[in-house]
Design a protein. Structure first.
Length: 529
């Protein structure tokens, strides 16, 4: 029965359009379902091209995907699809920049219309626009007649294009994730460091070949087992997992074959505050342990086996003048002997201090006690006053009145300050001045030893505090200034062991200012150590 007020012909047209819309929607849903079932674009996208051809009635439909595994993906359907394949790049170039979502229509009279194909009348190009306005390619349709596509068909093709762009987005994301997984798996498999990954439930998710060999595990059979069960034979290693949040920096583990490993944990996060598990990496530090042991033995040799002969040499050298008068030449020889003994003694002290106080490899246990650094600095300056005056150098102190008693290793601080003072004396000319200052700046105690000496070039400043580094300039050679390159390294080590820092400011030819700073907080406060 006709609807009241609607002519029969109009009613049939409306019903036909509704039927057409239903068919297009059904086709679109089927197409979306096909796209969602696979990441293989070469298998799913031909259906898109065929569907577009059927709906538009064109002579050719071409689909161009610029980003695809190996090479761009180019698909076609229709009698002229293969013939028009060489137009793909021209169609991509005809798209506006940035690409608009609406199709671009090109007629045979348009200058952009490709030549050498008189049987075609009109071309429509839809851009494939993905996330972040990324142009993946285009779908274009060529017709021998004016397309005159109705609103439903245009909307349908636009929906096809949108779903195709989404499919490309998802496929690229999947490929990226898969490539990343394969890349990570390859790295782990070839890593010489044993690696274990445990999920948030405490079950083993991954173990690489190095870990399998070290722990005598079958990688396939232990996956998804509780880590406590897997490491039952290695309780010390299991303890690292249990104490991972409070693991000390110097923690290590000795394997059954005698190697020593340093454990390092990192969390696996899927989002802010969402921890999915943990990665344990065991770094083989056996060689470093051996070097450290050799260093300890060398320092022991230096500090004991060399110190005793030096003490005898210094003692007998001092006695020479007591057993008889010496002529001027003999006195000169004796002074050179005593100077050489002093240089070797200083070198022995520096080698010993550099080794045992190194923050990275040192074995020295700090002996903190309440210390008056004002008194320490005044005593050091007083003890070196004669040395400075013999070289025509004036020494002064500038110490603030609010310097607190601090909880530090007095021996370490004293050695650091002695090195700064001795350095300043060595590099200051006759008539120069050295100033030893101490003050409180905000929450830090800052000691500054400044001189009016040779100064340091800007490019050399960053190397000064490295072990064994000496800046040997023409002036240094001319003045025969000697050193081991360990003094400032010791100063830095002492500062770091007290959670402090060192730095230098210098003007070439005008002098330098060396700063030694420790924080007035934490273990450095009396009653906190």
């Amino acid at each position: 029965m006709d609807q009241p007020g609607i002519p029969l012909e109009a009613s049939e047209q409306q019903q036909s359009r509704l039927q057409r819309q239903l068919e297009l929607q059904t086709t679109l849903l089927n197409t979306i379902e096909q796209l969602a079932t696979s990441f293989d674009l070469a298998a799913t996208l031909p259906g898109i091209v065929t569907t577009a051809l059927q709906v538009t009635g064109a002579e050719a439909v071409r689909l161009v995907i610029q980003e695809h595994i190996g090479a761009p993906l180019r698909l076609g359907a229709g009698p002229l699809a293969d013939t028009l394949a060489n137009w793909d790049n021209q169609m991509l170039g005809a798209l506006p920049r940035p690409p608009a979502l609406a199709p671009r229509i090109i007629t045979a009279h348009d200058p952009a219309f490709p030549a050498a194909q008189p049987s075609l009348e009109e071309i429509a190009i839809w851009p494939l626009v993905g996330k972040h306005q990324r142009l993946h390619g285009c779908l274009w349709i060529a017709s021998a007649f004016a397309l005159n596509l109705d609103q439903d068909v245009v909307a349908f093709v636009a929906a096809l294009v949108t779903q195709t762009a989404l499919a490309v987005d998802h496929t690229l994301a999947f490929q990226h994730a898969q490539d990343g997984h394969q890349w990570l798996a390859t790295i782990l498999a070839n890593s010489t460091d044993p690696v274990m990954v445990v999920n948030s439930d405490g079950r083993l998710s991954l173990v690489n070949h190095a870990a399998e060999d070290l722990l005598q595990l079958d990688g396939h059979s232990v996956i998804n087992l509780p880590v406590g069960q897997v490491l039952q034979a290695h309780p010390d290693l299991l303890r690292f997992f249990q104490e991972r949040d409070s693991l000390p920096e110097d923690a290590d583990w000795e394997s059954p074959d005698g190697r020593v490993f340093s454990p390092r944990f990192s969390s696996v996060e899927s989002g802010p505050g969402e921890t999915r598990g943990y990665v344990l990496t065991l770094r083989d530090i056996t060689a470093f342990k051996l070097l450290n042991r050799n260093q300890e033995e060398f320092i022991h040799l230096v500090s004991h086996d060399l110190r005793s002969p030096l003490t005898f040499m210094r003692g007998f050298a001092d006695l020479v003048g007591m057993v008889g008068d010496l002529n001027e030449q003999q006195v000169g020889f004796l002074e050179k002997i005593q100077s050489g003994i002093h240089q070797i003694t200083t070198l022995v002290d520096n080698i010993q201090d550099a080794g045992r106080w190194d923050p990275q490899t040192g074995f020295y246990e700090m002996n903190r006690e309440p210390t008056d650094l004002t008194r320490t600095l005044l005593d050091i300056v007083s003890n070196h006053m004669n040395h400075a005056e013999r070289n025509g150098i004036r020494m002064v102190t500038e110490i603030a009145e609010n310097i607190p008693i601090v909880n530090v290793d007095g021996l370490m601080i004293e050695r650091a300050l002695i090195n700064l003072i001795v350095n300043a004396i060595k590099y200051s000319p006759d008539g120069g001045q050295i100033t030893a200052a101490m003050r409180v700046e905000q929450h830090d105690l800052v000691i500054c030893v400044s001189d009016t000496g040779l100064g340091i070039a800007p490019e050399n400043l960053e190397h000064l505090f490295k072990r064994g580094t000496r800046i040997v300039t023409e002036e240094v050679k001319k003045n025969r200034i000697k050193g081991s390159g360990l003094g400032l390294f010791i100063v830095r080590s002492v500062a770091h062991r007290h959670n402090g820092k060192v730095w230098v400011e210098s003007d070439l030819g005008e002098g330098s200012r060396f700063y030694f700073s420790i924080p007035l907080q934490g273990a450095n406060l009396v009653g906190r150590g």
